[in-house]
Design a protein around this ligand. Structure first.
Ligand SMILES: Nc1ncnc2c1ncn2[C@@H]1O[C@H](COP(=O)(O)OP(=O)(O)OP(=O)(O)O)[C@@H](O)[C@H]1O
Length: 296
C-alpha cells in the first residue's frame, strides 16, 4: 500500500501542498487529478525522494520510503528523463541492469515491451530521432522494465494517439491486476473515468474528493435528465421547474436537477408540453464532477 500522509511543501513562501493525504491500495489503478499547478507533480516527486516535504511522509507498506524501496518503484517523471543520443533499447537494458535485472532478462523484457507497445523506430535510431509518442512509450518501458512493486506515473498519456493510449492503458491495467498499486496523473478525465478503480482530486495542495467514479458522482448531489419531446412549443425546456439546462439540441435536452427537485414533477411538466419520446437519467461524467469539485 502506498500512503501519502499529511504532505506539506512550500517553495519560497508559496504553499503548494497543504496536508495531502491518500492511499493507493494493492491492485488499484488510481487516477490523480487536479488543475494545473495544484501539486500533483510535487507530491509524486516527494514519493520518489526527488524533493523532501516540509512535513508529512510517504509510506510503502507502513515503512518510510528509503533508497531500497525506491529502487522497487517504477517512476515516469513529467520532464521525462532519457538520454537523447543513446539508442532506446540500450537505455532500457541499462536502466533495468541498474535496478538489478540480469542482462539476458533485461534484453528479453526490452524486446517484449518494445513490441507490445508498438514502438516505431529503426534499430540504430537514437532516442531523439523518435516521435514524441514513441519516446513516451520508451519512457513507460523504462519505468516498468524492472517489474516494480509500485508504479508512479506523471501524465503518462499526454500526447499519445488512441492506439498508443490503449496499449499503455492495457499495460497499466495488467500491472494493477497483478496486485501492483498504480498511480498516474492525468488531465484526460474520460480516460481516468474508463480506467481507474479510484480517483483522487487535489485542489490547492489538498485532496478534496476521493473514491470510485460512482461515489464521486453521488457526492456532487447533482442528477442529470435527458428529455425528448415532439410537438412541444419552442424553448419548452425553459419552462420546466427546478432545472438547469446543460445542453439543448433539437432531438434531446439535457438538464441538471438539484437534490431538492422532484423528478416526477419535471416528468409531469414535460408531458404536459408535448409527446414524450424519451425520458431518462444521464450519469455525470468525471469531467463534470471535476469542474464541480474544483470550482465551487
Ligand atoms: N522547484 C520549484 N520551485 C518553485 N516552485 C515550484 C517548484 N516546483 C513546483 N513549483 C510550483 O508548485 C506548484 C505546483 O506545481 P506542480 O508541478 O506540482 O503542479 P501539477 O499539479 O503537477 O500541475 P500540472 O497539471 O500543470 O502539471 C506550481 O505553482 C509550481 O509553479
Amino acid at each position: 500500500m502506498l500512503e501519502f500522509d499529511g504532505l506539506t511543501k512550500g517553495f519560497s513562501g508559496k504553499q503548494v501542498l497543504r496536508g495531502l493525504s491518500f492511499t493507493v491500495k494493492p491492485g488499484e489503478l488510481f487516477g490523480f487529478c487536479g488543475a494545473n499547478g495544484s501539486g500533483k507533480t510535487t507530491a509524486m516527486r516527494i514519493a520518489l525522494g526527488v524533493l523532501s516535504p516540509d512535513a508529512g511522509r510517504v509510506l510503502w507498506n507502513d515503512m518510510e520510503i528509503d533508497a531500497g524501496i525506491r529502487r522497487r518503484i517504477g517512476y515516469m517523471p513529467e520532464e521525462r528523463g532519457l538520454y537523447g543520443k543513446m539508442r532506446p533499447r540500450d537505455q532500457l537494458i541499462y536502466f533495468a541492469q541498474l535496478s538489478g535485472v540480469r542482462t539476458n532478462v533485461a534484453r528479453r523484457r526490452a524486446d517484449e515491451w518494445i513490441e507490445r507497445l508498438g514502438v516505431d523506430m529503426g534499430a540504430k535510431d537514437p532516442l531523439e530521432r523518435l516521435s514524441l509518442g514513441n519516446q513516451q512509450r520508451i519512457q513507460l518501458i523504462a519505468a516498468l522494465i524492472h517489474d516494480p512493486d509500485v508504479l508512479i506515473l506523471d501524465e503518462p498519456f499526454s500526447g499519445l494517439d488512441p492506439v498508443a493510449t490503449d496499449a499503455m492503458a492495457d499495460a497499466l491495467t495488467e500491472f494493477s491486476r497483478r496486485g501492483t498499486p498504480v498511480i498516474f496523473s492525468s488531465h484526460q478525465l474520460d480516460l481516468v473515468e474508463r480506467l481507474c478503480d479510484r480517483v483522487g482530486i487535489i485542489r490547492d495542495g489538498a485532496l478534496v474528493a476521493e473514491g470510485t467514479v460512482a461515489e464521486l458522482r453521488r457526492s456532487t448531489g447533482h442528477r442529470q435528465l435527458q428529455i425528448a419531446l415532439t410537438g412541444a412549443p419552442e424553448n419548452w425546456a425553459h419552462t420546466l421547474p427546478g432545472v438547469r439546462i446543460v445542453t439543448e439540441r433539437e432531438d434531446m435536452v439535457t438538464l441538471e436537477v438539484g437534490p431538492e427537485t422532484d423528478v416526477r414533477e419535471v416528468l409531469a411538466a414535460a408531458q404536459s408540453l408535448g409527446d414524450l419520446e424519451y425520458f431518462g437519467r444521464r450519469e455525470s461524467t468525471l469531467a463534470e464532477v471535476f469542474r464541480d469539485t474544483v470550482t465551487t
